[in-house]
Design a protein around this ligand. Structure first.
Ligand SMILES: [Zn+2]
Length: 466
């Protein structure tokens, strides 16, 4: 539930519980008074509405709020010429209507080519007798080979993974061998080849290095030194292990977030998912920090500040959504949001304007750090991250659960993420107001599936962005 957060950030907490309509009414009331501080309250209310109108893409609310800003601003002798200019470009609509939430689906550019960044090239791969032999153009060093094993107890599957610092010309290849379920070779990252041997039974995997050759044998042979396998209990050392993530479990302490079906609280659910995500990512070799690891109140601004301090590569804020009771059965699904100045670019202008204006609540971020978050690189990266996380969650959940709804990837000037200097995404894991989804969200194995999906999304993101 990020909207409440957003308002507590930009404005006072008291405002957050009010609907747009109620704020319009209150602001109009303030304007009726002849008291100057009431005019200022009205001015702030209209600005609040203006930000809301941008986020909900509600044009008529925008007109209402702009009119209010101009009227109150003039009374207070504040320069509101930018607002009146904008107002003059909009169609006048006197009746305020309820916002319609339109999901913006952002399509991923799939035609992206992998840039190869390794000095070693794979020339061939084939079985010679019982050995799987990989031939490279140069001699490999031991440091270039990272071998580990994984076991998936659910699928009862053993995976023997070789990450080799090298590249190949094709993107992926499947190698067949009688008695082994699957052998797959793929360019895992631009600089890493990944060879995976997969089977439902435990295999003995050995390897030896001979000049330009890497020879693998599946089974017993005294000629081979036993491969030093890193088992699941010890996290595999990855080549991109320097990646740092900050996971932000929304709300906490005195702020329960959304309270939904059976009084299930957002703050509890998201913390549990965040912890599971941390465990999974740690086991895959990532460094993970959490903005909170218990039921504690953390100021919104400190969450992104913390991520900046930790020099995080990505920031993921985890939330759960809710709607009023009358829509509880209709609204459900998984959504991802990323901070963007919106396609029109208008929101970016607004953001700049708000920073240069007199809105004191914005001051603690400072103009520059805010604008930094709106640089193009971050937006594109955040968009990509959002798509990968969304895909990851859906992919993981749909394997086990029916009626998992794709709420889509959406963009907008979401202030919750403001201040983060790295790609950042806000994840709405589902609606606690929906009875069916709420029951799932408090279930530990559902949470685990969600966390796995997010972790897979993170991996996919790093893989594609290297
Ligand atoms: Zn929330």
């Amino acid at each position: 539930m990020f909207r409440l957060l957003l308002l507590s950030f930009v404005f006072t907490l008291a405002l957050s519980a009010l609907s747009d309509k109620e704020i319009v009414k209150r602001a109009n009331g303030f304007m009726q008074s002849s008291n100057k501080s009431n005019h200022f309250r009205a001015y702030n209310d209209y600005k609040n509405l203006y930000l809301r109108s941008i986020m909900s893409e509600n044009e008529s609310l925008k007109v209402t709020s702009l009119r209010g800003i101009v009227k109150s601003g003039n009374k207070l002798h504040i320069d509101v010429s930018q607002y009146s200019n904008e107002l003059s470009t909009l169609k006048p609509k006197s009746v305020y209507t309820k916002p319609i939430r339109k999901p913006t689906l952002v399509k991923k550019n799939t035609s992206k080519k992998l840039k190869i960044k390794s000095s070693h090239k794979l020339k061939s791969i084939r079985f010679i007798n019982d050995e799987l032999v990989l031939e490279f153009d140069k001699k490999l060093s031991t440091k270039q080979i990272n071998y580990f094993t994984l076991y998936d107890p659910k699928k009862k599957q053993y995976r023997y993974v070789f990450d080799i610092h090298a590249s190949m010309l094709t993107s992926s290849q499947t190698i067949r061998k009688k008695g082994i379920k699957r052998i797959k070779l793929a360019q895992y990252t631009p600089s890493t080849l990944r060879l995976v041997i997969e089977d439902t039974k435990k295999l003995k995997v050995n390897y030896s290095k001979r000049g330009n050759l890497l020879a693998l044998r599946v089974g017993d042979s005294p000629r081979y030194k036993k491969a030093k396998a890193i088992t699941k209990t010890r996290p595999p050392v990855r080549l991109d292990r320097n990646k740092v993530l900050v996971i932000d479990a929304g709300h906490g302490g005195k702020d329960p977030g959304a309270v939904g079906y059976r009084k299930y609280r957002e703050k509890v659910i998201v913390l549990s998912i965040a912890k599971k995500l941390k465990t999974i990512l740690n086991s895959r070799g990532y460094k993970v920090y959490m903005t909170r690891d218990r039921d504690k109140f953390v100021k919104l601004s400190n969450r992104t500040k913390y991520a900046n301090k930790k020099n995080a590569d990505i920031f993921i804020s985890i939330h759960a959504n809710s709607v009023p009771k009358r829509n509880a059965h209709k609204a459900y699904g998984v959504e991802c949001y990323f901070l963007s100045p919106s396609r029109s670019g208008r929101a970016k202008k607004v953001a700049a304007k708000e920073n240069s204006a007199d809105l004191s609540d914005m001051n603690f971020y400072g103009k520059q750090s805010f604008l930094n978050t709106l640089n193009n690189h971050n937006i594109i990266a955040s968009n990509k991250l959002a798509i990968d996380l969304q895909r990851g969650m859906l992919g993981s959940l749909k394997k086990t659960y029916k009626n998992v709804k794709d709420g889509g990837v959406r963009e907008g000037p979401f202030w919750v993420l403001v201040g983060a200097q790295m790609p950042s995404v806000l994840v709405e894991v589902g609606f606690v107001s929906n009875p069916k989804e709420a029951k799932r969200l408090v279930n530990s194995s559902y949470q685990k599936k969600l966390a796995y999906g997010l972790a897979n999304g993170v991996e996919r993101y790093f893989k594609n962005s290297q």
